[in-house]
Design a protein around this ligand. Sequence first.
Ligand SMILES: [Zn+2]
Ligand SMILES: [Zn+2]
Length: 436
Amino acid sequence: MKVSFFGGAGEVGRSCILVKSDKSKILLDAGVKLGAVEEYPQIRDSDLKGIDGIFISHAHLDHFGYLPHIFTAGYRGKVYATKPTIELINIAIRDYMNISKPKNVTSQGLAEMAKHFEIIEYGKPFRLKDLTIKVVQSGHILGSAITTVSDGKHTIMYSGDMNMAQTRLLPGADMKNARADTLIIESTYGAKNDIFPPEKEVSQKLMASIKETLHKGGKVIIPTFGVGRAQEVLFMLDDFMNSGILPKAPIYISGVINKIMRIHRHNVIYCRREVQMRILMSDSDPFKSKNFVPVESNELRGKIVKEKEASIIVTTSGMLTGGPVMYYLARLARDPMNKLILVGYQAEGTLGRALQEGAREVTVNRAKVKVNLTVETFHLSAHADRKQLEAAIAKVHGLKNVFVVHGEKSKSEDLRMHIANKYNAIVPEPIKEYHV
Ligand SMILES: [Zn+2]
Ligand SMILES: [Zn+2]
């Protein structure tokens, strides 16, 4: 088979991998790269038409955000993904269109996209011409998948974004029967020193930090990815508040996260058994906690920033590239009593990264804003760290080739060097075709 990487090679963002067999051509993911300027996969529109199917690993924009353009460019084939992924894409795409307003998308393209989704299930092999495709749990967000593509002679396994450890919401990646001769693996945290402390330790420090701000009467803003991180953070806040470790304060949920919570609830079968059990015992339904206050009107939004009330605001977007977080930041950044807590990956060139690196004056919606609030970072990543990536690679039977993708170049290179004595390890160049 042949593989080319039209994005996500030496970078995080615009994941888009073309796999060709004797008889078929498929795309694994079709993402965009968010940042100061939005970037798209380097695949030509003319190359999109001959594609037999597109497989989306999960509902993050860096993996599916290019779909509206692909349909605008005339593609009319199917897009395969798990049920929650399709539902989450349908929500997240509206948010993306409102915030980013991409110029390469028409409303007809969007409408066509909505008509061409098809559900694939974890663990059920799927036939497409000469290919057999299988997806399993990747542990990253609700519905996220590791995808295996085989033409009978060779097998390519694509990690998508993965997490080996179980979280409050999800089981870890399912690598039980992993077998492939080629692995395409993410490396968001692929560098030698990307080793995360245990979640328990991080969550305790995070809660101590939030508690300190609440005691002073300040407000804590937690920007997160709407899908995945937000639910993990909310579950954690709820647990610690119910056990009395955090003082009682409203946890405002602002923006698209509210809809996404509902999707999690009715797809709870894709979550850990413990979460399913809690919903069955309806008095401890974690999605409907009394601590949560959905913010669904501008009036309430205004009240939250004006009132002298200690509170927690969980909102999007996670890297401060748009969304309601911009509203809260613009109004709450000047007050040193408040705190901004970053819990996810901050891409280069984003406002989130600038704040993380200590910027004390930033531009929000074209206005200059002085930053006096405290900015802190806690690693609650939904990605495997370096140790987990090494463990994942070691679990794949019959492995020969490893393409290291979805990481800043230095991190991908670091992981590549570490495994180069055992495998044919490559940080691929964009566009170039590789034979496997
Ligand atoms: Zn992701
Ligand atoms: Zn990603």
